[in-house]
Design a protein around this ligand. Structure first.
Ligand SMILES: Nc1ncnc2c1ncn2[C@@H]1O[C@H](COP(=O)(O)OP(=O)(O)OP(=O)(O)O)[C@@H](O)[C@H]1O
Length: 342
């Protein structure tokens, strides 16, 4: 109920703000201090409001590459629903220029998590637990309102201090309401879920089936729109990404290069967990397997955090744990031979 209300309210806010988005010359109102970062849609600049002295991050979206609706959705989501301390919230300032749509957000001045995870080392364990706890809270907040972030990764976690005591999840460009049907997106990364691979395989076999048909049918198909497999947006996507994120923070590396059934490292993980390969729905190996043998890339972890990984990284989305499951594991040792204060 709350979830439906939130997504309806977001639509309503988009309609209302579409009518009140005014043109403004940024330099008349803001002093631009420096570039904070760049994304695929445009730039983010640190600015200070000239009259009030308030610092803010101004997000400039190139109008050529951004629809007004997607800009307004990101702005209103950040403004009205990102009230959790570990979500970047907007400041109620949005305007347009001849080339850009712009909105203001609370600024995070210390870069992103990607830059502080030391390759092959990771973060100090207590810091990793602190970040995991905050991001789990941020995701649970979004999920309680019926939204799914869909792009959790270190590059989208911004730092409010150098030590990562306070972090914020940002970049709401991929956020969708749970249950929305969207075209399947598969990308070569461990952050991509096993169900995305299944959807991709189905799409490929559908296309090859069409490729094998008679010329007449092929022409009919070519004259129509390309059919994409639609998948339902589900909060379990964020649980999976949170599991990979926790691994990356603790190890400074990734557990496998891509979540596909024939990736050896992913296969060894499935063997350790004694799960079926969800892509083929078969046991992953006909060879006898020692199921107690920890997958090599998980050997540095305590059995307790092993349980957390098995839950968040469950290959079947409906059996995957929720992000708030992290809470039960906080304060326990996650790495062998190290304690949390480490
Ligand atoms: N509120 C903020 N405070 C400080 N820096 C920010 C803020 N929002 C964004 N940035 C910086 O700007 C960069 C781009 O922002 P963002 O991730 O929102 O863009 P994007 O185009 O959606 O990214 P991508 O192309 O990776 O999906 C970020 O990586 C970050 O460095």
């Amino acid at each position: 109920m709350l979830q439906k209300t939130a997504t309806r309210l977001l639509d309503e806010l988009c309609h209302l703000t579409a009518q009140s988005l005014e043109p403004l010359e940024p330099l008349d109102h803001f002093q631009l201090i420096k570039l904070l970062g760049e994304g695929s849609y445009g730039k983010v600049k640190l600015a200070v409001h000239k009259k009030r002295g308030t610092p803010m991050a101004l997000k400039f979206f190139l109008r050529d590459d951004t629809s007004l609706l997607s800009f307004l959705r990101e702005y209103n989501l950040s403004l009205a629903f990102c009230t959790h301390p570990s979500l970047t919230s907007a400041l109620g300032i949005a305007f347009s220029t001849p080339t850009h749509y712009v909105f203001a957000q609370q600024p995070c001045l210390y870069g992103d998590l990607y830059d502080v995870i030391v390759p092959e080392v990771g973060l100090e364990e207590s810091r990793a637990q602190g970040v995991a706890s905050q991001i789990s809270g941020a995701l649970s907040h979004l999920h309680s309102l019926g939204f799914v972030h869909r792009d959790v990764k270190p590059e989208n976690i911004f730092l409010c201090d150098r030590e990562c005591h306070w972090v914020k999840l940002g970049d709401f460009g991929m956020v969708k309401a749970a249950g929305t049907r969207v075209p399947c997106v598969w990308y070569c990364s461990p952050y991509c879920t096993p169900e995305a691979e299944i959807a991709r395989k189905n799409e490929e076999s559908h296309l090859s089936h069409l490729g094998g048909e008679s010329n007449g049918n092929k022409q009919k198909r070519d004259s129509g729109k390309t059919q994409r497999t639609l998948v339902s947006v589900d909060p379990s996507t964020d649980s999976w990404a949170l599991g990979i994120l926790i691994y990356a923070m603790l190890m400074g590396s990734l557990p496998w290069s891509e979540t596909i059934s024939d990736n050896p490292a992913y296969k060894s993980y499935l063997q350790w967990t004694n799960w079926e390969d969800s892509a083929s729905q078969k046991k992953i190996s006909d060879q006898p397997v020692n199921f107690n043998q920890v997958a090599p890339q998980f050997a540095a972890f305590t059995p307790i955090v092993g349980q957390l990984f098995k839950s968040l990284l469950h290959p079947q989305s409906r059996l995957r744990g929720r992000p708030d499951e992290v809470d039960r594991y906080l304060g326990e040792a996650w790495l062998l031979d190290k304690d949390v204060s480490g």
